[in-house]
Design a protein around this ligand. Structure first.
Ligand SMILES: Cc1ncc(COP(=O)(O)O)c(C=O)c1O
Length: 393
């Protein structure tokens, strides 16, 4: 029986992420593919205590309920680390950053309207756009310096006014760059001058590996930046918790869209997270997480340098969970990936998966995740990748 589905679903495909999940489930694979946090870094014991407190001591964690004020207060404090001062009423709780982007897109986009994004960007954002079939105005981007802000200005001057600009300023997924303070300031200024809101997707903003943290774009411009945060990479993705910071009028509309989507963010996980964040252990946890991920990043860089130093190029990510490795143009990493599934059994994302339209830079690059595996697996995985690449030179 053929059901008549909405027209926009006709060209939708299963995401490469879904395929990857299935392909890499066997123990014979080493996965650098998905952006998974390291499971050994989950604060399981502490969360168990927090869950116990929530279930046995707090009121109605199993009931439908308005957002937990206690969690919002913790987010308010956290946001100071990103340079953002906001009131409780400007914090909107979501089921993760993905939902945050989705709700904002639903609020901002009319079918067919344009949006501005980098030519290589997070696939989850492109998926969110599908029902709206927008024109995506792409701007050049670079694994070292990030989004080209002069080109952003050019597009804003010359093209139809986009409904929003989408940026991932810290630990970019997939390109791994962290945007300079100057570029953040310029973007904030452009948003205000051209009255085009920025969706600032910042799930990696708290995972800076160097001493200096660059403030969020939101810290430079409050009205025209909608900040999207997440507990997925700094606590656990299974909690499905994130947040949006926006002004009160936007928050009011968001709550209407959210109610239609899933009524409310899970009360139980809100309370578990709030209990955990309230204890000083969270600061310690974040410190530990950065240490562990910095170590894994360094191990990956070490082995890449040893095995693929002559043929690959990369930048050292100062935040996030990914490395973007560029190979000579003759290498097509989609082909490499297909061969790897059958031979070396190391998985990664071919760069072309993230390209809004065909891009040479993306098709000869790979995105490698460094958080999920322990150092010995990383060493083995890079050795496999190196054999694979060298067969294609
Ligand atoms: C840039 C970016 N945005 C959003 C998400 C989704 O995060 P969450 O688990 O908070 O929904 C991810 C997850 O990998 C991501 O990399």
């Amino acid at each position: 029986m053929a059901h008549r589905l909405a027209a926009w679903t006709k060209d939708t495909k299963r995401s490469a992420l879904q395929d990857m999940l299935e392909l890499t489930s066997g123990p014979e694979y080493i996965s650098f593919g998905l952006g998974l946090p390291n499971a050994e870094c989950f604060p399981t014991e502490q969360l168990a205590v927090s869950a116990h407190e929530a279930l046995l001591r707090q009121s109605d964690p199993l009931q439908y309920a308005p957002p937990t004020e206690q969690l919002k207060r913790q987010i308010q404090l956290l946001m100071r680390q990103r340079g953002v001062e906001c009131g409780i009423s400007q914090i909107f709780l979501t089921a993760g950053a993905q939902q945050g982007i989705n709700l904002l897109a639903r609020l901002l986009l009319d079918p067919g309207r344009a949006v501005l994004a980098e030519e290589v960007t997070y696939t989850g954002f492109l998926q969110v756009l599908e029902p709206f079939q927008p024109r995506v105005l792409t701007v050049p981007t670079d694994p070292v310096s990030g989004i080209d802000v002069d080109q952003v200005e050019q597009v804003l001057q010359s093209e139809e006014r986009p409904a929003c600009m989408y940026v991932i300023p810290s630990g970019h997924n997939p390109l791994s760059y962290t945007l300079s303070k100057e570029k953040r300031q310029k973007l904030a200024q452009l948003a205000a001058v051209y009255e085009v809101p920025i969706i600032e997707d910042d799930p990696y903003g708290f995972l800076a590996y160097e001493d200096s943290e660059i403030p969020a774009i939101k810290s430079f411009q409050s009205d025209w930046v909608f900040y999207v945060g997440s507990f997925s990479k700094i606590l656990a993705p299974g909690l499905r918790l994130g947040w949006i910071i926006a002004n009160d009028a936007i928050i009011e509309k968001l709550s209407i869209v959210k109610e239609a989507t899933d009524i409310n963010t899970a009360t139980l996980t809100q309370q578990i997270a709030a209990n955990f964040l309230q204890k000083d252990e969270f600061t310690e946890h974040l410190h530990h997480l950065r240490q562990e991920y910095r170590l894994r990043r360094n191990v990956m860089i070490d082995h890449l340098a040893r095995q693929l130093g002559e043929v690959g190029a990369w930048t050292v990510p100062s935040s996030g969970l990914f490395m973007w490795v560029r190979f000579p143009e003759s290498i097509n990493t989609m082909e490499l990936f297909k061969e790897s599934i059958a031979t070396e059994k190391v998985t990664f994302f071919p760069g072309s998966v993230f390209a809004v339209k065909p891009s040479q830079m993306a098709s000869s690059s790979v995105r490698l995740n460094f958080s999920f595996n322990n150092p010995d697996k990383i060493e083995d995985g890079i050795a496999r990748l190196s054999r694979l690449v060298k067969r294609h030179l």
